[in-house]
Design a binder for this molecule. Structure first.
Ligand SMILES: Nc1ncnc2c1ncn2[C@@H]1O[C@H](COP(=O)(O)OP(=O)(O)OP(=O)(O)O)[C@@H](O)[C@H]1O
Ligand SMILES: [Mg+2]
Length: 242
């Protein structure tokens, strides 16, 4: 992304008319990015823009030399896939949900891969015929991640995807994604409020703060005590963050 800006829709009450302004970052090769910042800084908005679910007001997005302006958004979203903070289940069973994406995109459903991922995510106890809407929040989050992985995107945009999971399930998700990155060469940008998680999963950390984006090597960044980092970047001046 280069020089990306999004106007704040509530310009009257804010010092800046931008939610974020002129931010740039590159992924020259497959990479693991943690995206951190206080609540309301625009992390979800940025990911939604990267997936073309919202539009930038200024700037450009380029994947493998192709600008978002020159590509069909559906095709873009097959390569750059957003996994939402609030998982949305489509009507029907869990299996319908897993199959629907391949139906929509006209790609074959890889049932062997689906079974492997279900196991790795600790969901093998789940009845695939169960209505997706009746699943728990944590189950829905993992189904929604699985649905996205089955598309084999180039870039995964992960929005607090372990927020409603217990520690054991979170660890499974982290292990699966680190492995997926290694084996498939998929990049991810992972929003998290958990700095320990950010340290574990990333090689670089993007900090969204006061309308701009800073890009740090996670190794250097997390050498500082985490508490100090949190004070500096994560907590808003009103003591926000969660
Ligand atoms: N054009 C815009 N598009 C989206 N959000 C906007 C816009 N202008 C202002 N906002 C506001 O900016 C904030 C951005 O919210 P967003 O969900 O992206 O933050 P976040 O960093 O993901 O927060 P959280 O950590 O709580 O999930 C919200 O308060 C939203 O109402
Ligand atoms: Mg968010």
């Amino acid at each position: 992304m280069s020089n990306l800006s999004k106007y704040h829709w509530d310009t009257g009450n804010h010092a800046s008319r931008y939610l974020f302004s002129h931010i740039s970052a590159q992924l020259p090769e497959p990479d693991r990015i943690a995206l951190i910042g206080a609540s309301g800084q625009g992390k979800s908005t940025l990911l939604r823009i990267l997936a073309l679910l919202d539009s930038p007001d200024e700037g450009d997005l380029i994947v493998e030399g192709v600008s978002f302006k020159d590509i069909n958004p559906r095709q873009w979203r097959m390569a750059v896939t957003y996994v939402a903070q609030q998982a949305v289940m489509l009507p029907g069973s869990v299996e319908d949900n897993l199959r629907l994406v391949s139906r929509l995109h006209g790609t074959p459903y890889d049932s062997i891969l689906a079974a492997q991922l279900i196991k790795q995510l600790g969901l093998d106890y789940l009845d695939l015929g169960k209505k997706a809407a009746d699943c728990s929040g944590g189950e829905k989050q993992r189904i929604s991640l699985l649905r996205s992985l089955l598309l084999r995107p180039r870039i995964l945009l992960l929005d607090e995807i372990t927020a409603s999971l217990d520690m054991n399930s979170s660890q499974k998700v982290e292990a699966l994604l680190l492995n997926w990155h290694r084996e498939e060469g998929t990049s991810f940008v992972w929003v998290t409020h958990d700095l320990e998680q950010a340290r574990r999963i990333s090689s670089r950390t993007w900090i969204l703060s006061q309308n701009s984006l800073q890009d740090h090597s996670s190794d250097c960044l997390f050498k500082a005590p985490v508490a100090e980092l949190a004070r500096k970047y994560i907590q808003s001046t009103e003591g926000g963050g969660h």
